[in-house]
Design a protein around this ligand. Structure first.
Ligand code: ADP
Ligand code: MG
Length: 290
């Protein structure tokens, strides 16, 4: 079985790509559900001030989320543990740290704390905040904003693995290349300025929202495999109606009782996410055993 071995701690997975609209949030939610159905206890952390993941879980960021249900108290230094920010969700086996627009201020607070206190490590806040709950979960999934923000850096620093959703079209491919070069600049800056070297146990590029009618896909797919080689997962998430409406409100590919659309696209999308979770579980297991 792939279940967490005695004494092993949660594996943290950041979903990242500096481009918006590439299926990060959808993938975070659907993967979390698939992993929970396999018996994993999952914590999802919405680190995007836009709160899209929170919304998908049926909670309105602007009206139903208080600041202490988000990572804001960690960012402000009011606490050093994420534990009090956790709430349960409509989905058995998935807990949530929500987001709201109050997280936008993190982008000012983190550097100003750093300025006031040279010992403070702005990149390590989320990582340290999660320490307290790494024995309570099998998998922690962090959804990140579509930018290289201080919060995004925190998510990467907290993560064992990185999942990069990437639709195979030319513009998304081009910005993913920027993502990698910014990311490696960032990593080498951290090494230089703080002696931090960040490596991931695994990095997966996931072809997502793949439109079989898009004539450019094959060309872009070949660029992607030439560039990212073995990082590219051998499975693609099709563009389907059930995936585009995936949410607590409308049901997801793992939520058949609520789904009233075409059975065919439903099972195509579910099979694809099942394959992704098969592969991610293999990575998770090898991190546990490392
Ligand atoms: P991101 O978090 O990267 O901004 P989202 O997950 O919010 O991306 O997805 C962007 C849009 O694309 C949303 O409207 C979402 O419903 C839709 N979408 C994502 N994945 C799929 C898919 N496989 N099929 C159809 N629509 C999708
Ligand atoms: Mg998103």
């Amino acid at each position: 079985s792939y279940l967490r071995p005695e004494g092993a701690r949660a594996i943290t997975l950041a979903i990242g790509n500096f481009k918006g609209g590439v299926s990060k949030t959808t993938t975070a939610m659907v993967m979390a559900q698939g992993l929970s159905l396999r018996g994993h206890k999952v914590l999802v952390v919405d680190a995007d001030p836009q709160g899209s993941l929170t919304t998908l879980f049926g909670i309105m960021p602007d009206t139903e989320v208080t600041e202490d249900q988000t990572i804001a108290p960690l960012v402000y230094g009011d606490t050093t543990t994420i534990k009090p920010s956790i709430q349960s969700t409509y989905w058995d086996g998935i807990d949530l740290v929500a987001a709201s627009s109050s997280l936008f201020s993190a982008e000012f607070v983190l550097p100003s704390r750093q300025m006031k206190d040279p010992e403070f490590q702005f990149w390590d806040v989320l990582n340290l905040g999660l320490e307290d709950v790494r024995d309570d979960y099998d998998v922690i999934i962090i959804d990140t904003p579509p930018s290289l923000s201080y919060v995004t850096i925190n998510a990467f620093m907290a993560a064992d693995g990185l999942m990069v959703p990437l639709p195979p079209n030319a513009l998304d491919f081009a910005s993913s290349a920027q993502f990698w070069s910014l990311f490696s600049d960032l990593a080498s800056n951290l090494v230089e300025s703080a002696g931090i070297s960040k490596t991931f146990d695994f990095i997966h590029v996931l072809l997502a929202r793949v439109d079989s009618a898009d004539v450019a896909s094959d060309v872009v797919r070949s660029w992607i495999s030439a560039t990212y080689a073995e990082k590219v997962l051998p499975v693609e998430i099709p563009k389907t109606a059930v995936t585009s409406s995936s949410s607590a409100e409308f049901g997801t590919v793992y939520d058949i009782s609520r789904y009233d659309g075409s059975m065919k696209t439903y099972s195509r999308a579910r099979d694809a996410y099942d394959r992704v979770n098969d592969l991610v579980e293999i990575s998770i297991r090898s991190s546990w055993n490392a």
